[in-house]
Write a protein that binds this ligand. Structure first.
Ligand SMILES: *Cc1c(COP(=O)(O)O)cnc(C)c1O
Length: 247
């Protein structure tokens, strides 16, 4: 382990936590309402380990191959692994090796295939429904108009426990343009709970990243997924990592 890496990651973590704390205070929410998920795509296991040793437990990976390579190298029995990338049905067996939760369930065929495999394994996992609330074609997620019917259909699968919803906000430096992608996710959650499509405690809203976590927290995020602000810049644009077909 490199001492400089350790110092940088620890101070970045402290700064991100301060941002979360401040955003919660502004929104009148208790800080423990919002969990920090480390978005660790491309980050080597040694650097993730530094954050784990500093007390972080929630880790999110985008690619199945990277997940299965890095997670076994990490030590800490408390760690909780979420899959946050686009998932192809032919990678289900592999993703289930280490993932405790799949945040990116965005279509019925995927839910069906996951349920089938989990039934064989006699296992149940937590999932989120990913909704494309920015309406950008480059983003995955069910169309907001179809979210409720997808949730309803997924409820029929006994091996999947829906814990809430996930979205990637619009990419725009103007926070007021980003905000509707987050408020829409909250509205879909509230409507789903009101119609009993989601359990009253299935309240998770995974939304907000390095650039927009404050806006997401103001709109009700319960998990913010942060990579760059903790581990530094990545080599490629995000669209590269979001396309599972490329790796
Ligand atoms: C990369 C990624 C993040 C984190 O983005 P940063 O801007 O690096 O904080 C969050 N969610 C998903 C789905 C990602 O792919």
């Amino acid at each position: 382990m490199n001492n400089t890496d350790e110092a940088v990651i620890k101070s970045n973590l402290a700064f991100v936590k301060q941002r979360i704390y401040t955003a919660c205070a502004k929104a009148g929410r208790p800080p423990e309402d919002v969990r920090l998920l480390l978005a660790t795509k491309t980050v080597p296991a040694e650097k993730i380990q530094i954050a784990i040793d500093a007390g972080e437990t929630l880790i999110g990976e985008n690619k199945v191959q990277e997940l299965n390579k890095k997670i076994p190298l990490l030590t800490d029995s408390h760690k909780n692994i979420h899959f946050i990338g686009h998932l192809q049905s032919n990678k289900i067996k592999d993703v289930l090796k280490y993932a405790d939760c799949i945040e990116s369930v965005d279509r019925l065929s995927l839910a069906e295939a996951l349920n089938k495999k989990l039934a064989t394994d006699n296992r149940t996992i937590d999932i989120f429904i990913q909704v494309n609330t920015s309406f950008e074609e480059s983003k995955f997620g069910v169309h907001p108009d179809e979210a409720l019917s997808l949730i309803k259909a997924v409820n029929a699968f006994p091996h999947l426990r829906i814990k809430g919803l996930m979205t990637i906000g619009l990419f725009d430096a103007d926070h007021e343009k980003v905000r509707p992608s987050f408020s829409l996710l909250r509205q879909i959650r509230d409507a789903s709970i009101a119609q009993s499509l989601l359990a009253a405690d299935a309240k998770e809203l995974s939304m907000g990243m390095s650039g927009d976590m404050e806006t997401a927290i103001a709109e009700g995020a319960t998990i913010v997924r942060v990579g760059t602000a903790i581990f530094g810049k990545r080599m490629y644009p995000d669209s590269y990592y979001w396309n599972e077909q490329r790796g």
